[in-house]
Design a protein around this ligand. Structure first.
Ligand SMILES: Nc1ncnc2c1ncn2[C@@H]1O[C@H](COP(=O)(O)OP(=O)(O)O)[C@@H](O)[C@H]1O
Ligand SMILES: O=P(O)(O)O[C@H]1O[C@H](CO)[C@@H](O[C@H]2O[C@H](CO)[C@@H](O)[C@H](O)[C@H]2O)[C@H](O)[C@H]1O
Length: 464
């Protein structure tokens, strides 16, 4: 591992050098590793902070590493410095059986030869150390832990790592708080903290308000590393609930309508809290160009899209034509990756929206741009379709009823029914379905038929 770019280095260099071969094996296998499909050629260390020294029974290091990857999975392909990842690495003589799933590897060289390194988020003491740092607003090396002025964190909360399929890693503390540790990290303001804080200032009850957060500063820029929020106890997510009702052949329209209302409440609060802009011909042309470019990239990555490409493209050109005729749209900050799995229903039936990070694969600057709120609506409409098409047999009528109820709920609160703008809606649904095709091809190939069935429908000229 190259240490040339090291900023804060309080760890033994021998440990870092010996981690390189272990990380090459371990990191690409993690669910949250974003660079799947491109060989990792090595790592450089961006920052390292010792939380507990390695000569103790338990050593603990916070690392920011940059993964260097080849651009294509072929021998000799050019490589580029890739994404940065946040790791919490524990060092022990041996792992107790309960930590077996956390194993990164056994160190074979350097001063720590013979010791075992592991993903310390699985372990109680390291997780407690993070919460304690947030509680006490600690500064450790370059790591900064902050807590909202009006929020308290009591001690003694027992941590457990969530095992859900995630883009990041979350630890639940005593069913009271949940800490999301971002895995692939980027410089600058992160909407996963920015938007919930803005919504909390607006008094919007649909989003858990951040209690505390963890940041660092690298090369003069802030980086968000984690966010602690109240844990919604006993909550079920919209995806689980929808599948449960589908399996029983039950109607889900009352919940879909409530979700439409919740989405509109969040959009209204975001439009009050942060700037809105009017999109005229120029910005719309850019937006359409972005959708078209994403489609071209997707066709390249997933050739099964090719037969539908021209039909899909027509959804974007129809939008471009409307803009050329002088139509304008209002854009505002949005959730950016809204789907049923991002909606939590409390036991009392209240819906909350979570995970404002946006689509993990998009550049951060793009994720923070104001966009037509229909972007999120399209995400939810796709999600009802996902649920209906992952049922056996598929239930397109169920999806249609939920989609209609969701739009009705949205219109009740916002005063705008998304169905009155079908060209915009079709363009955004198409963009989302194309994103999903690439996402599934990369992460869950078995799921590919679900967005592909939507692609077939959206590519048909009468689908608007
Ligand atoms: N405030 C919360 N209360 C209860 N559960 C939560 C809360 N926030 C997140 N979760 C659970 O954690 C999971 C992952 O959270 P999310 O923010 O979507 O992370 P990721 O970006 O890694 O996908 C969610 O699907 C949900 O089950
Ligand atoms: O929740 P994440 O931010 O990690 O979002 C990513 O993963 C989602 C899947 O876990 C993916 O969502 C797609 O599958 C869902 C069912 O599992 C479905 O409800 C969504 O509509 C569909 O888009 C999401 O796209 C991706 O960004």
């Amino acid at each position: 591992m190259s240490e040339a770019a090291t900023r804060t280095l309080t760890t033994p260099p021998g440990l870092l050098a010996s981690l390189d071969p272990l990380l090459r094996e371990w990191l690409p296998r993690q669910r949250w590793f974003a660079g799947k499909g491109r060989p990792v050629t090595g790592f450089s260390l961006v920052a390292a902070t010792e939380l507990l020294p390695a000569d103790a029974r338990l050593g603990l290091y916070h690392l920011v590493v940059r993964a260097h990857q080849q651009l294509a999975p072929v021998p000799g392909a050019p490589e580029r410095p890739g994404d940065c990842y946040q790791l919490l690495i524990g060092v022990r003589e041996a792992l107790p059986p309960r930590l077996a799933p956390a194993l990164v590897g056994h160190v074979t060289q350097g001063p720590l030869a013979g010791r075992t390194v592991y993903d310390a988020l699985y372990d109680t003491r390291p997780a407690e150390i993070l919460l304690e740092a947030l509680r006490t607003r600690a500064r450790v090396g370059g790591l900064r832990f902050d807590r909202a002025p009006d929020q308290e964190i009591r001690d003694g909360l027992v941590p457990r790592l969530m095992t859900a399929e995630q883009s990041n890693s979350s630890v639940v503390y005593g069913d009271t708080f949940i800490l999301k540790l971002l895995r692939r990290i980027v410089p600058g303001v992160n909407p996963d903290l920015e938007l919930p804080l803005a919504l909390a200032r607006e008094g919007c009850p649909r989003v858990p308000a951040p209690t505390a957060w963890m940041t660092t500063e690298l090369s003069g820029e802030p980086w968000v590393l984690g966010v602690l929020q109240p844990y919604v106890q006993g909550a079920a997510d919209g995806w689980e609930l929808a599948l449960r009702e589908l399996a029983k052949g039950e109607d889900f329209t009352a919940e879909a309508r409530a979700l439409g209302r919740a989405t509109a409440e969040v959009h209204t609060a975001l439009a009050r809290a942060l700037p809105t802009v009017t999109l005229g011909h120029g910005p719309l042309a850019q937006l359409v160009a972005g959708m078209t470019e994403r489609l071209e990239e997707a066709v390249h990555a997933v050739p099964a899209l090719l037969p539908y490409a021209s039909g899909l493209r027509s959804a974007y050109t129809a939008l471009g034509d409307l803009a050329a005729e002088g139509r304008t749209w209002t854009a505002q900050r949005v959730h950016g990756d809204l789907h049923l799995g991002q909606c939590l229903r409390s036991p009392s039936g209240q819906w909350s929206l979570i995970d404002f990070e946006g689509e993990p694969a998009r550049p951060m600057a793009e994720r923070r741009l104001p966009q037509p709120p229909v972007r999120d609506i399209a995400g939810m409409l796709r999600s009802f379709d996902y649920a209906a098409h992952s049922a056996d047999p598929p239930a397109p009528g169920w999806a249609a009823a939920c989609r209609a109820a969701y739009c009705t709920g949205y219109a009740e609160v916002s005063g705008t029914d998304p169905r009155t703008d079908p060209v915009l809606l079709r363009a955004y649904e198409t963009d989302k379905a194309v994103y999903e095709v690439v996402y599934e091809a990369r992460h869950r190939p078995d799921w590919l038929p679900v967005p592909m069935s939507a692609v077939r429908r959206l590519a048909a000229p009468d689908s608007a």
